[in-house]
Write a protein that binds this ligand. Sequence first.
Ligand SMILES: [Zn+2]
Length: 196
Amino acid sequence: MRNYGNLRTAVVRLLTVVTLAASGSVVTPMAAQAEGLFAFPFATGQSTYAAGTHTDTGRDGGVQNAIDFTPSDYTVRASMPGTVHMTYCSGGPWVRIDHADGWNTGYYHLENIQVSDGQWVNTGQVLGKVGNALPCGGYTTGPHVHFTVWRYGNPVDLNGLWLSSWRIETSNGQYGGSLTKNDGHRVGMPSRFQAY
Ligand SMILES: [Zn+2]
């Protein structure tokens, strides 16, 4: 649910202008990136519930840049190294991490948050526990992390994006799609799967 694009900095706008000038077309954030750039936002080696890909709000329309996970250990971890940016709403804080090359990842619904604003985190560092927190609105039907990807504050279509050694495919509807491991093992979503 959190589109913070309106908070983009002048630097980002400048970069966008430069990119526009170079390409001569509208910038569309692409998911194209190498396997291994992002890790799952939890430790592998455990049974995990994946609720499927969806828009940030969970409503139809827009880019599917979010996916929900509930790992068995309930522990949410940084997907990539970066700097924590805490956003505070009436219901409490939520965690975003700003990474190299303009990537941003969001971790919504967390409880027992273990990091603070401005803190550097490495991949796999504990951020908190999956939960039902609704700091800035939204809804949950059970503890999970709403994991969201942006680049320079723009939502990134998760179709084709890799998390650890799994490639995400989105579907036309909300809360669907699949995950395909690099050994060819494929799991549809929503489902519980072994994240190896
Ligand atoms: Zn979600």
